[in-house]
Design a protein around this ligand. Sequence first.
Ligand SMILES: C[S@@+](CC[C@H](N)C(=O)[O-])C[C@H]1O[C@@H](n2cnc3c(N)ncnc32)[C@H](O)[C@@H]1O
Length: 248
Amino acid sequence: MTLRLYDDLAHLWPIISPPEEYLVEAQEWLDVIRSRLDIGPGAGRDLPTLLELGCGGGHLMSHLTEHFITEAVDISPAMLEISRELNPQTLHHLGDMRSVRLGRAFDVVAIHDAVNYMTTEGDLRAAIATAAEHLNPGGVALFAPDCIRETFDGPRVVEWTREAEDRSVTFIEYMAKPQPGASTVESVFIFIIDRDGQVQVEMDRHVGGLFPTATWMGLLAEAGLDGEYVRTNAYEGGFGGNLFVGRK
Ligand SMILES: C[S@@+](CC[C@H](N)C(=O)[O-])C[C@H]1O[C@@H](n2cnc3c(N)ncnc32)[C@H](O)[C@@H]1O
């Protein structure tokens, strides 16, 4: 299924979720990384290395590039293009977080909200394995699902409006009540694009993963990572605030 937000509607991403809104979260990540990373910068480089899987528009990444030598992977060519423009110093790769193998290891491997797209335990296991395999010993892996099973209480609606030069975009997300025992939650996205009173409406449907903490911790251990759950600040609409940390 093509996700329109990462394809023909990708140009809306920097408007509805601009890079500056990721600053606080990036600072929290830096604190978590610095207090856990057990390796100094390697010989011949001044900064530690960081790989982000599912970088999207690279908005979070844009606050990390001054602290790390960065590389990024995404499955969407349109989103990679946005991230390349924002983060020209980052090496970008087209790939799937479940299977990509870059053939080298990093001090930090992160999967931000893109980990939501892992909708089965098998997919989540594969993505965590990708992160673990790209991690140096002593390195830190970070995973930031929007929701975890214990605390998600759908149905939930969030909405906000952001102004761009030539239009305002209102974003509405409806997250359905998960089926009992299901590992997924369905979201409907509505975009209302208003150019001086000329209104265009677009819709998209996404399915996200919803796993209990025990599943996360079990999969981190299976991948050889020492797992930990860290509560961070939630962002717009009460999403986020979940950070699973794995140390190798
Ligand atoms: C919400 S966006 C990430 C936004 C990002 N956190 C930022 O700062 O801009 C989710 C991204 O996950 C990517 N994605 C979804 N499934 C993927 C997969 N299997 N492998 C790699 N990327 C994937 C999508 O293409 C999309 O760009």
